[in-house]
Structure formats: C-alpha cells, structure tokens
Design a protein around this ligand. Structure first.
Ligand code: SF4
Ligand code: FE
Length: 481
C-alpha cells in the first residue's frame, strides 16, 4: 500500500491538463485552491497506515492475495459492505469534506458484477479484462475516478436523438486495437487527484444508442483528456494566505467538467462496448453503491457539524438552554437515522452471480432519499445555534490588525474563558460546511450526488413490490377477487 507521501508524489508525476480561472494549472498538488482536496484523498492513505484503523481501512483481497486499502476492494461479504460505510464515516469525521475515493470503489463493484453478467449473455470477455485491471488497481493502490454523469443536453431526448451527438460520451471510431471516444463527464469528483478515470454510461439505453453504451478506464493524463475545475463558494479565500477565514484550512473536495476530445482506449481497457441491455444494470448498481456510500460519508461530516454547533453554543454561553440541547438531540437523531440506512442496506446485501456483494437496492435508495433532506435540516439547526455572527464576522486580517484587532477581541467575545479567536474559528467552520467550499460536498451534493431525489423515487417505486403489499391487505381483509 502507498503512504500519503507516496500518493502525493505519484500524482505529482502525472501530466494532467487542468484549467482553472482561465489558466492552465501546472500542478494540482501545489495549487492552494486544489491542495486541500488532494489532502482529503491523502487521508485515505494515511488512515490506512494507522494500526487502530487497520480493520476498517484495510482488508485481505483474494484477487491479489494480500492486504490492500479497502477503497480498492471487491466486497466479499455483507460484513465488507458494513465496514465500507464505517470507513466512510471515519473519513468524513477526519476531513469534514468529500474525500473523493468512493466513486472508484463503487464503480469497481458495479463493473465487477455487470461485466460477469454481460459476458454470460453475450459471450464477451469483459470480466477477465476487468479483473486484470482491478489487480493493477489493488497492487498499485490507485485512486480511480468513477465517471458516470454525462452533460445530457435536452433531458427529453435519448443520447442518439440529441442535436449535438457528443452530449453523451460515445465511441466515434472502432479500430482493431481499440476505440476512440468523444464527449464529456460533468461534476467529476476528485478527478485531478486520481490516477485513472473509469467511465460508465449514465442511463439505461436502447439498441439505437449502441455507441453510447461504453465503459473503459484510462490514465487521467491520457492524450485528449482535460478538465475545467468547478468553482466553489469562497474558493478564493484559499489564495489570501490566512487560515482562519477558511474554516477548514486543511481539507476540501473538488469537481470538474472533464472533456474527452478523441481519446484512444486500448482493447484491454474496454469493459462494455455496445451491449446496450447492460447499461441500465451498470447504472443501477453504481448508483446503488454510491447511495449506500452517502450513509457513511455525509454522516461523518454531520458528526463534525454537530460538534461545531455544540462548541458554538458552549462559546456563546448558551449550552445549558433547553432548546439548544433539544436542537443538538434533533441533529443527532437525523444524522444517526442516515447512518442506520447506510448500515441497513449493507447488512441486507446479497451475493451477485460474479461472487461479490451488492447492497439492498431499495434500502440504499431510501438512504440517499433521506440524504437529500436531513443534511438540510441539520444545517438549518447548526445555523440556528451558531447565530448571525457566522456570516457577519470580520476577516482574519482585521483580527490581526494592530488597531482593529483589540476591538474585535473585546466586542466579539462570548464566554470569558474562551478566546474570541476560537469562537470565530468554530463559526468559520460552520460557515465552511454550510455555505463555503465544503458545502458543495455536504449540502448540495446531498441533493444531487449519486443522483437527484427523483432518481431515487423511481428506484423506490421499482423496488417497492406493491403487488405483495396488496396481497397482504387482501388476506387480512378477506378479499378473494
Ligand atoms: Fe465519497 Fe461521499 Fe465524496 Fe461520494 S460524496 S466521493 S461517497 S465522500
Ligand atoms: Fe458524491
């Protein structure tokens, strides 16, 4: 397994094409806006190296016959699924942001089973290719960006009906040694901190969308791939030099629009090409795993937010007020409900034909549906407890100013035994998680990440087995028709 330092150097060696604020970035590793996001991924390596987290962060892999980082694992049991969620909660608690490495993990497990079932029906050899790819990932301890979301253009039209045929990523040329693809993937979490990008289709497809039913993996610095980094609220605070105004100066997340401008994919890296009937299965399984993931990562970040709100109450001298205590209870109740969903869909998982384990899809979708709501209420309560100062406090520069600083110290103090600086730090942390750079990963990502709420409702409808429930009601009511 790589150490955090090894990981950092491995990314530094890559030759990615990254654009931000209109400029090409030389290295994501040394860029102040991007570095916190790299630190979050680095934490997944550092935690794996700590003896106390060995059981959660590492696991024996039968594929390579040795201990690996759990972020590279093919789940072998429901216990593995449960440990995945616990690992994500730990990483969320450690970084208070999106640590990005789960999209790859979820793609690995979705492709492992889908390639197996595709081969069984079509006589293809995707599964063995994919197993070889996974051995490389596990042996080299790689970060892989699981890339699903296409730009999608007109949502009322299928991929092949779009006015611009590139609005879904597609095969534009087939050669004897591989394929050439063109298109884009949007909202790509952690792409500039990844070694490989593992592309999957974004929707179930019909036979006429054959060129769009494609899955493959290539190194992120492959010729033709470039990324345009997404803006985050308050991102340029990271260029100001201070720490206090960032709230979380060490960790963060990142997303980008990734362009595939005629990218060559060699045969051995193609895991689906034209088998439109398996596109839906791949999407459903990847989304299912990622909806499970949110029952871990968002809960871990929620733990930090609840802690910050409780500290803010302490520093305001309001901790004993019964309504504050009750709000903290409510936040905890909501957060643990999310965790319960993550654990439940894992425990109720089952083995696929390929041998790996899949979560219970109904419960995973219920998990994510709750995630589209509860973090908003947790955020509302955190802002309630924090008070207006979290958005009106002066800057760190004013606090450090020889003339202004003493006035800020004096008038923005809460309880006598806590410094004004500590009070401001915790309020900035709440601001960061609810309105700032980490809000992308906590709030809005809770809404749209792993699919927007309606996507879960469609899956819930599909999995709800209403016929069975009607049967139950008929039996009790003694209805024979
Ligand atoms: Fe992992 Fe959560 Fe980020 Fe998705 S949003 S990559 S599950 S930390
Ligand atoms: Fe996400």
């Amino acid at each position: 397994m790589m150490t955090g330092k090894d990981y950092l150097e491995s990314i530094r060696k890559m030759n990615m094409k990254i654009f931000m604020f209109g400029d090409k970035i030389e290295s994501a590793v040394d860029n102040p806006v991007l570095r916190p996001s790299l630190n979050s991924v680095k934490a997944t390596y550092e935690l794996a190296g700590q003896a106390e987290y060995e059981d959660l962060m590492t696991v024996y892999s039968p594929l390579v016959g040795k201990k690996i980082n759990r972020f590279c694992h093919i789940h072998q049991s429901t216990e593995d699924l449960v440990k995945k969620v616990k690992m994500q909660r730990l990483c969320g608690q450690t970084t208070a942001s999106c640590f990005q490495r789960c999209v790859g993990l979820d793609a690995f497990n979705a492709l492992y089973s889908t390639t197996y079932e595709t081969d069984k029906k079509h006589g293809t050899n995707y599964h063995q290719r994919f197993v070889e790819f996974m051995k490389k990932v596990q042996n080299e301890d790689l970060v892989v960006d699981g890339a699903m979301t296409d730009p999608k253009g007109d949502r009322g039209l299928s991929p092949s009906q779009q006015a611009d045929p590139d609005l879904y990523l597609r095969v534009v040329e087939r050669r004897s040694d591989g394929i050439v693809v063109r298109g884009a993937k949007a909202h790509q979490t952690g792409i500039c901190n990844s070694h490989e990008v593992l592309v999957m289709p974004t929707i179930a497809m019909k036979p006429e969308d054959k060129d769009y039913a494609v899955s493959f993996s290539v190194p992120v610095d492959t010729e033709g791939i470039f990324m345009i980094i997404g803006r985050q609220s308050c991102d340029t605070r990271k260029l100001e030099g201070g720490k206090l105004d960032l709230g979380n100066c060490e960790y963060g997340g990142m997303e980008a629009l990734v362009i595939f401008d005629n990218v060559f994919v060699p045969n051995e890296r193609i895991f689906l090409d034209g088998e439109t009937d398996f596109s839906g299965m791949l999407v459903e399984r990847f989304a299912g795993y990622h909806r499970q993931s949110y029952g871990g990562c968002k809960v871990g970040v929620g733990d930090v937010l609840i802690g910050a709100a409780a500290l803010a109450a302490d520093y305001n001298g309001a901790a004993k007020a019964s309504h504050i205590k009750d709000k903290l209870i409510e936040m905890t109740h909501l957060n643990e409900t999310l965790y319960s969903c993550g654990i439940a869909c894992s425990n109720e998982g089952s083995q696929t034909e390929s041998g790996n384990y899949l979560i219970d899809l109904l419960l995973a979708n219920v998990c994510k549906q709750n995630i589209t709501r509860f973090p908003y209420e947790i955020t509302r309560l955190a802002e309630d407890i924090a008070g207006g100062l979290m958005v009106t406090a002066p800057s760190e520069k004013d606090l450090r100013h020889p003339k202004l600083g003493p006035y800020i110290e004096k008038y923005l103090k809460g309880v006598a035994n806590v410094s004004t600086e500590s009070r401001l730090k915790v309020l900035r942390l709440i601001e960061n998680m609810t309105l700032g750079t980490a809000a992308v990963g906590y709030r809005t990502e809770s809404m749209h990440g792993a699919g927007s709420p309606q996507a879960q409702r469609i899956m819930i409808a599909r999995q709800s087995n209403l016929q069975h429930k009607k049967g139950l009601a008929k039996a009790i009511a003694k209805i024979d028709e």
